[in-house]
Design a protein around this ligand. Structure first.
Ligand code: PZK
Length: 277
């Protein structure tokens, strides 16, 4: 199959008119891919994304054709997808203040042109979820876009559809996750259009690679919160004195094992079913 796109931790292949999205076991911290894979990560994120696409099918249609009709060598970690005309916007919804949203709020009191009340701090829950789109650029260089800038890129009607679909996916996902002990601080969605103009949810959805997942029972506003999946390996990497630049250090087996179990744990918490490790 023809490789059409290669990301840090995933690949996209063409199979006739369809696409096959393949998730690897690679893990990145501070935007650097670690030399040591996390066995099962590609499968668990793929299965979690498929589960969410199923949960959210009545909110917005999606690009999934099949999670099983894929080449055997990628079984469990690949999705056959419809090829869409992708929209050039990262659609981010935020329910809590963290990351680049926090940085923007501290500088301007707003995120992507949406003003927020004064006095908010790191980790705070927002009064209501906000749509904070960005450009699609190389990782780490995404620039915030106002709603009007999105409208300039995709047209007013599609921009309005993007905002409402993004916020509805976030509300539904965050509410379900909160009931199961997981806070979704923010999430990044990607959308595309069918030839007839139908808006479709694409890429991956509500995974720990595309979202900030925090354990609800240890959430504390007023400071940094721990990411469900990567915190352990991040802390370990920093404890070695690593400077966050390539190359990252080789990761010990026990750190990989803890990290792998964090992914399985978040899958089980959200779906209610043990992950078939
Ligand atoms: C598409 N990406 C992101 C980059 C990946 C994925 N349904 C679609 N139709 C057309 N294009 C895309 C999709 C989807 N999803 C997604 N780039 C193009 C991307 C690198 C690796 F797996």
């Amino acid at each position: 199959m023809e490789l059409v796109h290669s990301g840090k931790v995933r690949e996209l292949y063409a199979d006739g008119v369809d696409l096959i999205m393949v998730a690897s076991d690679r893990i990145s911290v501070y935007d650097v891919v670690l030399p040591t894979p996390v066995p099962g990560k590609g499968r668990v994120l793929t299965q979690l994304s498929l589960w969410w696409f199923g949960q959210l099918g009545d909110v917005v249609p999606n690009h999934v054709i099949s999670g099983t009709d894929v080449p055997a060598k990628w079984a469990g970690r690949a999705i056959r997808c419809r090829r869409l005309q992708m929209l050039p916007v990262e659609c981010i919804a935020r329910g809590y203040l963290a990351g680049l949203g926090l940085a923007s709020y501290r500088e301007t009191g707003a995120i992507s042109g949406v003003p927020l009340p004064p006095g908010l701090g790191e980790g705070d829950r927002l009064p209501e979820p906000v749509f904070t789109p960005t450009t699609k650029a190389a990782a780490g260089h995404d620039e915030p876009l106002t709603f009007d800038e999105v409208a300039g890129l995709v047209g007013g009607p599609v921009a309005a559809e993007l905002r409402s679909a993004t916020l509805e996916v976030y509300r539904r996902g965050a509410s379900l996750a909160a009931d199961r002990g997981v806070l979704i601080a923010d999430t990044k969605l990607e959308f595309g259009l069918l030839a007839d103009g139908t808006l479709m949810l694409a890429d991956e959805v509500l995974t720990p690679d595309s979202s900030r997942f925090w354990p609800a029972d240890s959430w504390k506003p007023g400071g940094p919160n721990f990411s469900f999946d990567k915190q352990y390996v991040r802390n370990w990497a920093l404890s070695t004195g690593w400077d966050k630049k390539e190359p990252a250090p080789v990761v010990p087996d026990e750190v990989i094992e803890v990290t792998r179990n964090r992914y399985f744990d978040v899958y089980q918490r959200l779906t209610g079913t043990p992950f078939p490790a």
